[in-house]
Design a protein around this ligand. Sequence first.
Ligand code: PAF
Length: 283
Amino acid sequence: MPLLFKGIKELRNHIKSLRKEQGASVGFVPTMGYLHEGHRELIKSSKMQNDITVLSVFVNPTQFGEGEDYERYPRDLDRDLAVCEEEGVDVVFAPTVEKMYPEGFSTEVVVKGIEDVLEGKFRPGHFRGVATVVLKLLNIVNPDRAYFGEKDYQQLKLIERMVSDLNLPVEIVPVPVVREKDGLAYSSRNTYLSPEERESALSIYRSFLLAKRLIEKGNREADNIKVAIREFIMSHPKVKKIDYVEITDENLNPKDIIENGDRILVAVWVGNTRLIDNWKVEV
Ligand code: PAF
């Protein structure tokens, strides 16, 4: 079983002594729990590159907007600990909200620009919550490397920017999107989907395959590809609406003509569940 810490001081002391006594390198996997295959890949990458792997489980209230799914977000620490044991995680950090945000807490990390586009437009305040909690977690764990999935591509770019701007002594390691056999990207929110909704949600990955075919045939105009993706996804019965379909370069700058290495990013409501996904253009 991994060692479980709920207190910040205790975790810090433990990591400090591992570093001092064993000269251990530390890999860190921040999560909101309800671990799935995507998290397992992050853990595997960390285990390959570090002596010790620390994983945090914290459903961070400040990154959820009003009316979002903070209350119903799936939580099951025992299940998470079992996954961590299977994957060989050494230390789990599962703080309470009160420990992370004690009375009087009033600091916010703002990564300008990135927080205003794509997800940021539809989830105001979300990325301030993410940047703030990730900076806190990095300060608490003090890892050599931290692992982030490309599934949340904009989040990854935000964290990279913050780490570079603030000269944080940590290497951010991106890990590619992990998909189920039929292409659906792993997400804790997939648990909200009914079987019919799940079927409609597959349109997201299939729209990437459609885009790939069109680009391969020489259709490189972003506007045309975006329309094709929208029409395809919207033709599925359980899809309620699309928040955005965007095509950007690897740094999230919008593109007119698509090139290899660009990203197609989407946010889609399937029933009452909001799913995000992205695909790297490689044709
Ligand atoms: O990607 C997530 O699960 C969360 O946004 C993170 C990075 C753990 C911060 O709460």
